[in-house]
Design a protein around this ligand. Structure first.
Ligand SMILES: N[C@@H](CCC(=O)N[C@@H](CS)C(=O)NCC(=O)O)C(=O)O
Length: 228
């Protein structure tokens, strides 16, 4: 079987792996999964029980969890842009920031987005308020970390930046980046200007009408002509 990524073009975690694939122009077969369809979800869960997208698959195995997918691609489908730095200390830094972006930006962003689905409730408001506090703490942490840096770990684009781009794209729609955070803002612009990132946003665009925070998406991301 050709390298296959089971995905949905709107999903932030799918963007993370798509960015890794596009960085290295790795050929793959995209398989769109509609988790809202009972049969499609059941078929997908048969491949991997958590039924989370994305999921990577080739002849050798099924690879769950986006960080592991990128590590797998780096080892088995290497390209011009290594995403796990070869130097031990920089690699540790890249893996650390991959975890930080997933756990402290992606997770609270997902909670805020989920709180906007269905009818409002006090419980959802509480969860969203807590997630907003976490996101603001993360913005402060990234602002400090990015001072004097171009990328999250070392001198090159890495797995950490694959995680950062979709996390910050969606998080900044949920909770705008503070005007006071110049290093964070510059990093965000650097990410949004990356060809691989522009491509995933362009591919998500036809689906943005399904995004619960669609009315807050900045105009610059809504058309090819005005995209970052
Ligand atoms: N830790 C997982 C998280 C994946 C994840 O949360 N995917 C979301 C989409 S962005 C998902 O599948 N949501 C649908 C669901 O939970 O039913 C990873 O890194 O692969």
């Amino acid at each position: 079987m050709a390298l296959t990524l089971h995905l949905h073009p709107l999903s932030s975690y799918c963007h993370k792996v798509l960015i890794a694939l596009y960085e290295n122009q790795t050929p793959f077969h995209p398989h769109l999964v509609d988790l809202g369809d009972g049969k499609a979800r059941a078929d997908f869960a048969a491949l991997w029980p958590t039924a989370k997208i994305p999921l990577l698959q080739d002849d050798a195995r099924v690879v769950p969890e986006t960080s592991i997918m990128i590590e797998y691609l780096d080892r088995h489908y290497p390209g011009a842009q290594p995403l796990l730095p070869t130097d031990d200390a920089t690699c540790l830094e890249a893996r650390l920031w991959d975890r930080l972006f997933d756990n402290y930006v992606m997770t609270p962003m997902q909670k805020i987005v989920a709180s906007r689905m269905g009818s409002p409730s006090e419980d959802k408001e509480r969860v969203a308020a807590e997630a907003t506090v976490t996101l603001r703490t993360s913005y402060d942490m990234i602002e400090r970390h990015m001072a004097g840096r171009s990328w999250a770990a070392g001198e090159s684009f890495s797995i950490a930046d694959c995680a950062a781009a979709p996390a910050l794209f969606y998080a900044s729609i949920a909770v705008p980046l503070p005007a006071s955070h110049g290093h964070l803002a510059a990093y965000f612009e650097r990410l949004m200007s990356r060809a691989s990132v522009k491509r995933v946003i362009a591919e998500a665009r036809p689906y943005l009408r399904l995004f619960p925070l669609k009315d807050s998406v900045p105009a610059r991301f809504l058309s090819d002509a005005s995209a970052a």
